[in-house]
Design a protein. Structure first.
Length: 149
């Protein structure tokens, strides 16, 4: 184990490859170690599986699950496996949630305020159209809405 391993990804594990990577890192295993244990020639095979450049067969997915101490169902996202950091099936809209996790702190303060106002306005419009839908989004009250200028 020469190099330090990367941190477990913070974005959602949406693909089988993402989930293999998440589980591998949770087990503090390098791509080379996993390759050796599942019987593939090199770490580049594992990299291909994780990026989706190489399609995983069911047999290979089963072997990876065994080595990582999880299940095929967890690797394909049908069930959760908290032991290796794999969430269960995504609820509707869960894959879109991470798209909203944007760091706006690098923007000028005026732009931040305006952006929060736009989001607040959009949420209010959604509440008007869907009064019994999702609960309102709790946003800071530093602006009443989009800047008209």
């Amino acid at each position: 184990m020469g190099r330090p391993l990367a941190a477990v990804p913070s974005r959602p594990a949406n693909t089988v490859g993402d989930r293999v990577r998440t589980a591998r890192l949770a087990r503090r295993m390098s791509q080379g170690e996993l390759a050796k244990q599942i019987g593939v020639p090199s770490h580049s095979n594992i990299s291909g599986y994780e990026t989706g450049d190489v399609e995983l067969s069911l047999a290979r997915t089963k072997r990876i699950a065994e080595v990582l101490g999880t299940t095929v169902a967890a690797l394909v996202g049908e069930i959760a496996d908290p032991a290796v950091g794999l969430p269960g099936p995504a609820s509707p809209g869960a894959n879109r949630q991470h798209l909203l996790d944007v760091d706006i702190t690098d923007l000028p303060e005026r732009d931040q305020i305006e952006l929060r106002g736009v989001v607040r306005w959009m949420a209010s419009m959604r509440r008007r159209r869907h009064p019994t839908g999702d609960p309102p989004v709790d946003l800071p009250s530093d602006s009443a809405g989009p800047d008209p200028n």
